[in-house]
Design a protein around this ligand. Structure first.
Ligand SMILES: [Zn+2]
Ligand SMILES: [Zn+2]
Length: 280
């Protein structure tokens, strides 16, 4: 399986609009890999995309993706979903619509029941956007997944993590876990054992953050996000070969070079960047 991190950024873009911190200035000047799109992942074998942040249209162009047949939604938070108009960019053809022709290859959209019902609530006074894409435009086809699905020879398991989802991709003996956001506490499940790679967000990187902000122990962010020690514990608990940290927030105050330096401290834990690929 070959994966591409299309976007490694967090809740806000990097460079963050209006921000003149060192990290944003450098990202604005140098671009990739100093800049970061919103958090998303692509599996090349299946032309499968996980999540649609607002800038996904640019992330797909940047990575020169040629086809998307499947989209998974991890949860409904805006930083993962508000680029859903990408369905129109990818499949809507107004000339064909004007002649009454329907889209013949709708994109399959998968999510767990709790996520799909959240997703269906996103819309306007005219109704749900996903209803519009499926029922009026026929450019998507939704499917609720309760446990797992097979796509070709890849088994894709969905595991509930509160309001979000952890995905496990398995092909033969290879296993990749994708847990982009809102996954603390991490669900307890034997399926995670001996994975080749865990790509995980929900992590505060470092003690001294942007503008020398020091995170105190009683800060509520510690309840919602892992620290690096907890990531190492998770890695050891499930004997995971390699961890890639994604969803890297501008708030962490670190540049691409800082992450390269930092990852030298850790064994088999690295930091994502846009366009990073890995194969298992
Ligand atoms: Zn900044
Ligand atoms: Zn997020």
């Amino acid at each position: 399986m070959k994966f591409i991190v299309l976007g490694s950024g967090g809740c806000v873009a990097l460079p963050k609009p209006l921000c003149n911190c060192k990290v944003c200035k450098e990202a604005r000047k140098k671009g990739n890999p100093y800049s970061r799109f919103g958090c998303s992942l692509f599996l090349e074998d299946l032309n499968l995309l996980v999540d649609t942040p607002e800038d996904i249209v640019h992330a797909l162009n940047y990575a020169n993706i040629q086809q998307v047949n499947f989209v998974l939604f991890s949860h409904m938070d805006p930083d993962h979903t508000l680029g859903m108009r990408i369905f129109e960019h990818m499949r809507l053809n107004w000339f064909e619509i004007s002649e009454g022709k329907e889209c013949t290859n709708p994109i399959s959209v998968f999510a767990m029941e709790h996520v799909m019902s959240d997703m269906n609530s996103i819309g306007s006074k005219l109704g749900s956007y996903l209803d519009y894409y499926e029922n009026s435009r026929n450019i998507i086809k939704r499917k609720v997944v309760s446990k797992f699905i097979y796509l070709d020879d890849i088994k894709l398991t969905f595991i509930k993590a509160d309001s979000a989802t952890v995905f496990v991709f398995e092909q033969k003996k290879n296993k990749v876990i994708y847990a982009p956001c809102d996954v603390k506490p991490f669900p307890d499940n034997d399926i995670f054992k001996d994975a080749n790679v865990l790509i995980i967000g929900s992590t505060i990187v470092g003690k001294v953050l942007k503008d020398n902000y020091i995170l105190k122990e009683n800060n509520i962010l510690n309840d919602e996000l892992f620290n690096m020690i907890e990531i190492e514990q998770l890695k050891d608990k499930y004997r995971i070969q390699e961890v890639i940290i994604t969803h890297l927030e501008e708030d962490w105050g670190k540049s691409y070079d800082d992450y390269l330096e930092l990852q030298k401290q850790y064994k088999d834990i690295i930091f994502a960047y846009d366009g990073m690929t890995f194969e298992v």
